[in-house]
Design a protein around this ligand. Sequence first.
Ligand SMILES: *Cc1c(COP(=O)(O)O)cnc(C)c1O
Length: 396
Amino acid sequence: MSSPEYPKWIDDDLQKIRDAGLFRSRRTFKPLPGGRCLLDGQTLINLSSNDYLDLAHDDRLIAAATSALSEMGVGARASALVSGRTEWHERLESQLALFEGAEAAILFPSGYAANLGVVSALASEQDTVFCDRLNHASLIDGCRLSGARLRVYRHDNLEKLKRELEKVTGDGKKIIVTDSVFSMDGSLAPLVSLCDLAEKYEAILMIDEAHGTGVWGATGRGLAEELGVEYRVTVRIGTLSKAVGTMGGFVAGSSALVDWLWNRVRTQIYSTALPPAICAAACEALEIIQAEPERRRVLFERADFLRKELQQRTNITIPASNGPIIPIILQDPDVTMKVAAELQEAGFLVGAIRPPTVPEGTSRLRVSVTYAHTQDDLVRFLKALDRSLARNVESR
Ligand SMILES: *Cc1c(COP(=O)(O)O)cnc(C)c1O
């Protein structure tokens, strides 16, 4: 069978992507326990994973999922409202509400689906959405889909946001949307100031705790808990696919909000429910997060150690922040790919992040530390990094 004709613009566009040094190629990984993975036959220390608390491979999650699998099979078979919502979905939603200290919670197939669906349901053409320039793509896409006016601001200078909020008149809703922990920077949204502005200008504040849930806050509820503003945030979104070690997105909030989302959010209504076994594993993960706070403490100790060490290097830029996401900004996309490849040869996997995921001129290695990584892993990583930087990056 010959392949069908396809338009020349696909070849042209592929060439354009390659010429810009931005072609994304795919590889096949095998995750291993202990913060490791297997790639091309080589065992690597995986510093590119969002499994911050080392739960994805935990025996207790595997046992919970296995038991639910034998009971209910693999797929959910239908969307939640039709017949896909099992006892495990219900249990996870109540457990999430309890965990988050909210009246109710609603699950989504993924964090992406939650963000896309919730923003586009909340906002419509006559509304204005205020988006941080570093927000995750799913939030930006939700804004675009909604048809609302989009205003972009920077969280390191809220004057612009304030001016834009002042300018909006009329009956349209004002919605401020932000990541709590920025995924490629590890920097934190100034939630207290954002709450102040939202209250002053009668705006809805929606935050995405994708990298906050399980990691930040005294009980692991996220950055809003850490900064004491949970009760001031209208919509809190999270994902179960990062520190919770499983899959799925969720919103925690008032019963009215959750009832409304069940009736209005298209990515919930028109998508198959999560596999029940995944929900069973996530229930187990939430219990572990509450019962074992030392996972968070050790995670922050390790991350602090690595960040402080990296900040002493003069040939790289490490943004000031806290927590397990540590970007090493190398600026040039080719240098970034080269250093990532050399680190891989030396036994370490780190994310090499280029535009359009990050702004032009800020290509970077995105290092994420997890609870599984030992001090020795990190010391060895620093040695390999220093060798590669010496070859590829001039001292500034
Ligand atoms: C990963 C991520 C998402 C998407 O979550 P998934 O569950 O992976 O679809 C949303 N927002 C942010 C900030 C993220 O980093």
